[in-house]
Structures are given as structure tokens and as C-alpha cells.
Design a protein around this ligand. Structure first.
Ligand code: ADP
Ligand code: ZN
Length: 292
């Protein structure tokens, strides 16, 4: 059985097809332009694949309210042409098959639960630290949406005493995304994060912010695993620094062995690597087919 998957990112679209085992059999990638240009390429890709369902993990914000006439729309993004775009409706008009739809980070969390680092668990939190910071939440065996959907990239954190960077978030300035996403690292230091050495003080500051936010999420949601993906997390030295910050922030209060004894297995990279988003979209497609 062939299922289609779309990982719709703010800078690039990845389309692929896969099977029920989570294997991606083929994929293409192209830049995210206006919705019409971009979706037409996706439609052309899926045309002859015989996909029986399509799963979409998209940048947002999104309308995820099944009872709303605007379900499946992108809502308030500043990305040109995308605000108000009826993503699910457009795909359904071209392919009369079940369509699964969620945020890119909820999709990644779902992919990790099915086939990755949170396999078999009934809860996990998935962070992406890339062009922005996003958080996907899976709890009690379901993806969490709530009023809109989790937006954990925009939480406020305590300032690192050595950091006077004003922050880049157009809404909040120095929220987590404004201080810790890839573009913030680049603006603060004047070079891309990938060009900074592993022992640069940038990573202490980065871990300070991420560790605090993750400690807050552990206190609030009590996830059974925390997965950290996205371009910035290719800096593997961040993992031990972040675990240390989380441990310090919690200070022994959360008395679970996962946190007190085996943090290395608790705060982890995606088991699916950079495929988490596309596999997650595949998983959403499979779920949509099962529920149809
Ligand atoms: P997106 O968030 O757009 O889906 P990525 O997750 O690849 O894409 O994130 C891109 C951001 O991550 C950019 O700001 C880039 O500078 C940063 N980045 C990519 N690779 C690295 C790296 N090896 N080290 C540090 N930062 C990186
Ligand atoms: Zn913000």
C-alpha cells in the first residue's frame, strides 16, 4: 500500500511516498513559493503514485478544529500568499483520498512514536530547533491540539546573565525562538551556527535557554521522552549541555529514574533523524486511511 506524505516547511517542501512500515520509498524536495506554485508541484508529484491517502505536516499556525469551516487552513502566517490558504481542501480537490493534517512538529512527534525514539510510548514532546523553534506534543496516546495547537517556541525564558542580544521574534522579541532559533544564533554571533566551534560559548547560552524551556515542559506535561531535532541540534555537543541545564533547573524535584539516573536516554535526538517530519506525515496519512 502506497501512502503520500508532505512535509511542508516554511523554506522547503518535501513530498514522498512510503508504506505502512514507515519506509520512505521515494521523495522530492522543492522551495516553498506561493501556495499555487508549490502545491501544483506536489500535485504533479503525487498524480501517478497511486497513493491511497496523503498525510501533511505543515508549518503554521493552522486551523486544526474539525468543527470549523476553516479546518485545514493555514491561518496567520506572514509567509506571502499562505495566510488563509485552504491546504487540506486544495489537496482533497485534486486527490479524493483521506487526508491527514497536523503541524510539522506534531507530525514529527507522531512519526517518532510510531517508528522512532518514542516507539511504544504513550507520550513524548518533540522540539525542532531550526529556522524557528516548534514543539509537538503527544500525550495519553494522542496528538495534542487544544484551543489552537501547542506553540512552545514562544515561551519566555530567564535571560542568560552574559547575553544582551535583543532577540528576533517579531511578536515577543526575546522569547525562546527569538533567542535560540538558528537565525538568532547567526545574528548574535555574526556567523551561521554551523561555523561556530563546538566549544564556543554560544552553545552554553543555547543550552541555557533550551534547558529551561524543556524543564518547564517536563513539569507541565510530564512527557515520557523529549526529542530534540532540527538543524541546530546537529551540534551534538548541545545534548549533554542541555541535559545538565534541565537537571539543574529541576534540581531533583521530579523524582523519576529517567530524569535522576538516565537522562541520556530521556532527552534524545530523533530516532528517525532528519526523516522525522516526512515519516510523521506518512504516519498521519496512514491514520487518516484507518479512520476513513
Ligand atoms: P527548517 O527549520 O527551515 O525546517 P532546519 O531544521 O534545517 O530547517 O533549520 C535551519 C536552521 O538551522 C538555520 O538557521 C541554520 O543556520 C541552522 N543550522 C543548520 N545546520 C546547522 C548546524 N550544523 N549547526 C548549527 N546550526 C545549524
Ligand atoms: Zn515569540
Amino acid at each position: 500500500m502506497i501512502i503520500g506524505a508532505i512535509e511542508a516547511g516554511g523554506t522547503k517542501f518535501i513530498c514522498g511516498v512510503g508504506n505502512e512500515e514507515g519506509e520512505i520509498l521515494d521523495r522530492i524536495s522543492f522551495p516553498t513559493e506561493t501556495p499555487e506554485e508549490t502545491i501544483q508541484q506536489a500535485v504533479a508529484y503525487f498524480k501517478d503514485t497511486g497513493a491511497m491517502a496523503i498525510g501533511i505536516g505543515s508549518f503554521g499556525p493552522l486551523n486544526m478544529d474539525l468543527s470549523s469551516p476553516l479546518y485545514g487552513h493555514v491561518t496567520t502566517t506572514p509567509k506571502r500568499g499562505w495566510a488563509g490558504f485552504d491546504f487540506v481542501g486544495y489537496v482533497k480537490r485534486h486527490f479524493p483520498v483521506p487526508v491527514g493534517f497536523d503541524t510539522d512538529v506534531n507530525a514529527a512527534a507522531f512519526g517518532e512514536v510510531k517508528w522512532g525514539a518514542a516507539q511504544g510510548l504513550d507520550s513524548c514532546v518533540y522540539y525542532t530547533i531550526g529556522t524557528g523553534v516548534g514543539v509537538g506534543v503527544y500525550a495519553e496516546g494522542k496528538l495534542v491540539h487544544g484551543l489552537v495547537h501547542p506553540e512552545g517556541g514562544h515561551v519566555l525564558t530567564r535571560r542568560h546573565p552574559g547575553d544582551d542580544f535583543e532577540g528576533l521574534c517579531p511578536y515577543h522579541g526575546d522569547c525562546l525562538e527569538g533567542l535560540a532559533a538558528g537565525p538568532a544564533i547567526e545574528k548574535r554571533w555574526g556567523v551561521k551556527g554551523s561555523a561556530l566551534p563546538a566549544d564556543h560559548s554560544a552553545w552554553e547560552i543555547e543550552a541555557y535557554y533550551l534547558g529551561q524551556a524543556i524543564a518547564g515542559v517536563i513539569l507541565l506535561l510530564s512527557p515520557k521522552r523529549v526529542i530534540l531535532g532540527g538543524g541546530v541540534m546537529h551540534q551534538e555537543q548541545l545534548f549533554p549541555l542541555i541535559r545538565r541545564e534541565v537537571r539543574q533547573a529541576l534540581n531533583g524535584y521530579v523524582s523519576a529514574p529517567e530524569i535522576l539516573e538516565s537522562m541520556d536516554a530521556y532527552i534524545v535526538p530523533p530516532g528517525l533523524g532528519d526523516n522525522a517530519g516526512l515519516c510523521g506525515a506518512l504516519a498521519l496519512g496512514i491514520k487518516a486511511l484507518q479512520e476513513a
